[in-house]
Each structure stands twice: as C-alpha cells, then as structure tokens.
Design a protein around this ligand. Structure first.
Ligand SMILES: [Co+2]
Length: 240
C-alpha cells in the first residue's frame, strides 16, 4: 500500500512534529526525582494545546519496568522515584495528523547504556526506512541493535499479536475466543500479558447492582426531519 501525501498534509504533520519536539524538550527539563507524574502530564498536555495542536493521546510517563502507556489517573499522587528510568511519550495532532515521539530520561548513570541502546535502535530503524521495506525487516534491525548492546527487546511476539489483532479487528471489540480460534492457545497466553500491560482492555460485564433482572431492546436510527429511520427495525421482531 502506498499513499501520496499532499503538501497541506505534510505541513500539518510537520507542525505536529514541531509541537511534539518542543514539548519533549520541556519534558527533559522537568523530569526529576520527586516531581509528581500528574503535574508532568498536565503541564505537557497544556503545552501541546498552547502551541496550537491537540494531544493525540494522554501524555505517557512510564517508569522503570513499566514499558509504556502509563498516564496519571485522577488524584494520582505518584512521584518520580530516585534513580529511575523515565519514558516520556508524547503525541500531538493537527487536524488529525499525528506526530508521536518518546524520550527516556535516566536519573542514574547506570542506566545510560540501556537508554543508549533504545536510541541507537531507533536510529538504525530510521536509516533503514524506505519505500517497500517490510515492517518485519525493520523490527529485525531494531532487535539486532538492542541485542548487540546486551539488552533484550520488548517481546516481538507480543507486538506481532497486537498488530494481528489490530488488522483483524480494526480497533473494534473482539472476543478472546476469536483470538484462540485464529491464532491458537499461545496467542491466548500472550493476550493475557497484553491485558496486564494494558495494551488491550477487557470490557466489563455490566451487572445490575442489586441483583435485579434486566431487559434490553436496542436499535440504531438515522434521525431525520420528520422522525427516526431505524436501521435494524428490531420492533418487527416483537409480537403485539
Ligand atoms: Co509514542
């Protein structure tokens, strides 16, 4: 698949990129031991808005063994711990055109080689990108770069499953049963890991608090000038 990007789109992408760059440089300055994660998220998200873009997702501040996707919860009192490894991941969009970028701030020099490995892996990946290269090949380059430096990449198996899930279900809800049917029991194990890592989410079963019985009828309608046009017409299923 190949998509031609018009000049106006490239402009928007570049503007989003500038905003993310400015915000990440601010991030590098403010991440310090004892600072509240919530304050970091808030300040950086406000900075995105001030610069005329909008967050493409909540600012992520992921610490130590948390690989990605932590953002402050309401009332979150978490602070940056001493000697930690802090990943700041920022996305901004201009009219839906997204730039997404992350940095690692290490608060202890011991972790510099780890951060360096991630950085060199990104550089190698960028050098390899061109029309027609397979994403799997880029993944292999990233993996090699990280292993070369004595570290372990975050499991490619998980990433593979995640991208399978994405292309199959397009971000729509799916059943773990479907995952097992398509990709087997191993995929089911991996799915549990993805849930723990909050890469995919469980829909909770809704239960009436008092244990009372519940009924449901539902339809989807297009609201028109003179009334509602039901897409399904579920009422025809009901006698009387
Ligand atoms: Co990101």
């Amino acid at each position: 698949m190949s998509v031609e990007l018009g000049g106006d789109i490239i402009d928007k992408l570049l503007r989003a990129g500038e905003v993310v760059f400015d915000v990440l440089s601010r991030a590098v300055d403010i991440v310090e031991e004892g600072v509240e994660v919530a304050a970091i998220c808030k300040e950086l998200e406000e900075a995105i808005a001030k610069k005329g873009a909008r967050p493409a997702f909540p600012v992520n501040v992921s610490i130590n063994d948390v690989a990605a996707h932590y953002t402050a919860a309401p009332g979150d009192k978490m602070v940056i711990p001493p000697r930690s490894v802090v990943k700041i991941d920022v996305g901004a969009h201009v009219d839906g055109y997204i730039a997404d970028s992350a940095v690692t701030v290490v608060l202890d020099r011991t972790f510099e080689p780890l951060a360096r490995a991630a950085y060199e892996a990104l550089r190698a990946a960028m050098k390899s990108l061109r029309h027609g290269i397979r994403l799997g090949a880029v993944g292999a380059i990233i993996e090699r770069e990280i292993k070369l430096r004595g570290f372990k990449p975050i499991s490619r198996e998980l990433d593979n499953l995640l991208s399978n899930i994405w292309s199959e279900f397009r971000g729509l809800p799916f059943a773990s049963r479907w995952v097992a049917e398509r990709w087997g029991d191993r995929a089911l194990d991996l799915l549990r890991t993805l849930e723990r890592k909050r890469r995919v989410y469980h829909y909770r079963v809704l239960v009436e608090r008092g244990g009372g019985y519940v009924a449901q009828f539902e339809d989807t309608v297009i609201v028109q000038e003179n009334g509602a046009l039901p897409l399904v017409g579920v009422s025809k299923l009901v006698k009387g």
